[in-house]
Design a protein around this ligand. Sequence first.
Ligand code: DP6
Length: 346
Amino acid sequence: MSEVLHTHWKSPSNIALIKYWGKTGHQIPCNPSLSITLDQAHTDTRIEALPKQGDFPEPELYFEGKRNLPFETKILGFFQQISERLPVVTSHKLLIHSENSFPHSAGIASSASAMSALALGLCELQRQLDGGARDAAFFALASDIARLGSGSASRSVYGGLVSWGKHADLPESSDEVAAPLPFEVHEVFTKLHDDILILDRSPKKVSSRAGHGLMKGNLFSEVRFKQAHQHFSELLEALKTGDWDRFIAITESEALSLHAMMLTSNPPYLLIQPETVKIIKELQDFRQQSGLPVCFTLDAGPNVHLIYPDTCREKVQELLSMWQNDSSFSFEVLPDVMGKGPICLK
Ligand code: DP6
């Protein structure tokens, strides 16, 4: 009889600068994307693997202490897809305990941290059975497995600035696995902040999965994929040369293009709110007046992410306190920074 195995991984969320929006085949992105791995917003996942019970033992999933049956069904489908590569999902019954560091519906992409923490835990269990090191191949497998659970999760397996998806400027890039940028970025981009301004905590009316699907019928999709390729090239250049103006122009254009794709889907839909637009405009005015390199990006929701270097921290904090003392604004702030990537706790 096989022994009981344990793993414990903590894996962060990420925020995309170049957006993955539209996919094909088996979780293959229609364009390359590039993200900042976060530090504070993470998922903590412990897995206990018990000796086999039944042919395809059904996993048990506990989210924040409570058994979560809808998530269990999703995970079972995911396990069926990966069982050839990670036989531990059939040779053992897995008890999964998962917790997020960030509040429910905080507008943070929880699938990126959740699926990367799960993928790392599963790869770790398999590594305990087969031997081997936690080397580059281990993380590439984890990124590939995470991608099958949620595309953006493939990038959370690595810290810093991470790309996913084939692009001519990065010969090693792949649609199956993400990788950290293969060059040193300019020092002005080494300490980035992401303050997440939470305007609305209600669940999204259209899921990201459905949003990706609607790109199939979107008349502008091919042009959008071309734009993302071009933005990707330009952003790499800006990151190498330390060009904040270019970084800002691309990052903000990407956020608005993502939402433009929602507006031009069939049926069209709108996830931003009047408060989103108000903050964007106020931020752009602040940037013009102060000359500071602070910009916004958006996820598939109304909340605004403020991206800026550590050198602007005090000025941005002053701006946020001023907005929070003004009754015409209403938001909460979740401060975060670029992080080093997942950690194995056991
Ligand atoms: C707007 O990774 O959540 O955050 O692969 O269907 O799970 P699935 O989608 P998901 O999509 C993320 C979309 C995005 C942009 C991004 O993170 O690149």
